[in-house]
Design a protein around this ligand. Sequence first.
Ligand code: FAD
Length: 138
Amino acid sequence: MLIRLTYLSKATRDMNMQDIQDILTVARDNNQGLEICGMLCYDQRYFLQTLEGPRDDVNELFLEIAEDPRHDDVVIISYEYIDATTFGSWDMGFAPATDAFYKLLNDVGQNTFDPRALTPEQAVSFLSGLSEQHQTNN
Ligand code: FAD
């Protein structure tokens, strides 16, 4: 049984690219072994992440991530059963806050990144757009 879990959280301090890289290095290594994929983005001290994969593994990983002291105010935005993964190219993709990021954000009605104000559909659509853009650009 596959699921997609999407959550937002607030970084407990400003994150620089090295901080993000540290998260991604561990995430990519772990996720590959677990057949979990997804997308992470960060701006304005907010994280927005989607995790896709086998239900029990995603649940367990999420509980571990939620305990990570690098962020708090963790809120699950959506939890869906899916037939197939849509972020399969990414053990964990990352999208920095570029112009393209902000263009996609405008498409879901925001000028400033505030994932708390996104509907579940908008959040997943935004992350999917970032994932597609990333694949085109890399
Ligand atoms: P370690 O990396 O050795 O970590 C041990 C403990 O220390 C963990 O509880 C961790 O929370 C904490 N820790 C690690 N590094 C730091 C640090 N620099 N500062 C403060 N505390 C630290 N992991 C994944 O496997 N997949 C993901 O997709 C994923 N996404 C994440 C997204 C976000 C926004 C954050 C903040 C973390 C994410 N992580 C992810 C990391 C995850 O929370 C755990 O750190 C990791 O899974 C634990 O790996 P480990 O068992 O090798 O332990």
